[in-house]
Every structure is written in structure tokens, then in C-alpha cells.
Design a protein around this ligand. Sequence first.
Ligand code: APR
Length: 257
Amino acid sequence: MMTFPLDLIHFLKKAARVAVLTGAGVSQESGLRTFRDAQAGLWAQYRPEDLATPTAFARDPKLVWDWYAYRREAAKSAHPNAGHFALVEMEKLIPELTLITQNVDGLHRMAGSKNILELHGNILNVRCSECGTFAETWEDDPESVPRCKKCGGLLRPDVVWFEETLPRDQLEAAVHATRTCQIFFSIGTSGVVHPAAALAHAAKAEGAVVVEVNAEPTPLTPRVDYAFHGKSGEILPELVKSVWGNENRFFSDESFK
Ligand code: APR
């Protein structure tokens, strides 16, 4: 059983408004690669930064489409882990918890989190790169990228690529939650991609207590009030139990087995 500083436990018990920023590290224990992990198999020769861009899609739409199809299947077969479920518990126990995620895998929603801001979109959704119409179904073809049934434009994943702007409503809500929270968590993120990486600093500037939970130190670590380095799927359930007790906590859902 991990132990946590008594003042942090006290802050969390009293907190009314908490903001949480998550990154790929939260889904690592669900078997999904993080961005800075080496890619697998035939994708090992590519860097995400070279595939997740409008330029890459314009240059080779089939390569980019296939990379996202591969990651979409991985996300669909993944299950939320104890870290996701601990955040669902925290949302039930804290009057106002806003979950801001850079992840596009949909695992927070699958675990049961409700108040979610998907800053970088959701890989499970597909839309037309021309007219923006969302596609519920499409014809997969080994030779080409599926096209929009409405305008014939190429379909693309509904995610934010490098060089693209974040969805305005999601970003504005994330900044508001960050500026008004009493405690800000940065969990499973290397904290190197802006504007998400700036949120923890904005929370600090507004006087919030900043907590980092990450497998290793990051550029944010020297600025936080509490840093816990290890697996979020292990640390977060322990934190919830330390603050709110152990009775009827659900950190795994048999229905996902
Ligand atoms: N528990 C906690 N942290 C973990 C775990 C784990 N089990 N496994 C890995 N980590 C940490 C890594 O140490 C790393 O610091 O998670 C972090 C993941 O960092 P990145 O791979 O950079 O992912 P992320 O921070 O989400 O990337 C941000 O960059 O590529 C873009 O748009 C993409 O949303 C992504 C953004």
C-alpha cells in the first residue's frame, strides 16, 4: 500500500474543483503504445510526427489512413485499466472534476468518465477531409482510401494532427477548468506538446496545487507540488483508497474481461 503526503490527502478530501490532464501513459497499461514509444511492426520505420500531419495525408493518404486504421483496431480491442477506473471513481467523489485528455483512444469514456474534453479528437470517429461530414460506415479497400458518400472527398480520422488547431470549444473549456481548479493533475503525459503542455503551468499560476503522476520525470516535474513516478494504473487506485477509503471501490470492470 502506497502512502501519500497527509496535506495532499487533506486537499483532495476538501477539493470542490479538480482538473485532470491525461496523455498516452494512462493507456499504456491497456496495451496501447505511447507516442514516444517505438512504433511496432511495419510502423516501426515511421515516427508519429511524420504520419499525424495534413502534409503526410496530402502526400500519401493511404499510408496515413492505414496507420489510423491499425491504431483504431488496437483502440477498439483495448480495455480501460485501473487508472481509467480510478479517475471514474474520483469524478464520483469530487463535486466538479474535468477530465482533459490528449488521448484519442476513447478509453476514458469506455471506463465511464462523463465530463471529458477530448483535446485531440477521437480515433474511433471518421469524417470527410473536404466537407467534414462524419461517416458511420465506409467501404475498406486495400488499394485506396474510403471516400465521403456525400461529396466524394477522402475520409480521415477525426483527430487533431500536428499543424492543426485544437477544437475551440474543447480548448476553451479546458482552459476554464484549468484556471478555476484547486488541484490540477498531469497524468501519463510527457508534457512536451502544446497547448496541452501549458495547462499545468496555467493552473500553477492561478494558485492550484499541481500533482504529476508519470512513469518518469518530465520537464514539468520541477514545477509541481507533488510528483509520483510509477504506473498510473497502480498509483491512482492507491491514491483514491488513501483519500476516500477502500469500501466498494471498482478499479476493474469484469464486463471488459
Ligand atoms: N503510467 C504513467 N505514465 C506512463 C506509463 C504508465 N503506465 N507508461 C508511460 N508513461 C509516461 C511516459 O513516461 C511518458 O512520459 O507517459 C508519457 C507519455 O508521453 P507521450 O508518449 O509523449 O504521450 P503524450 O504526452 O500523450 O503525447 C502528447 O503528442 O504526439 C502527440 O497528439 C499526440 O496526444 C499526443 C501528444
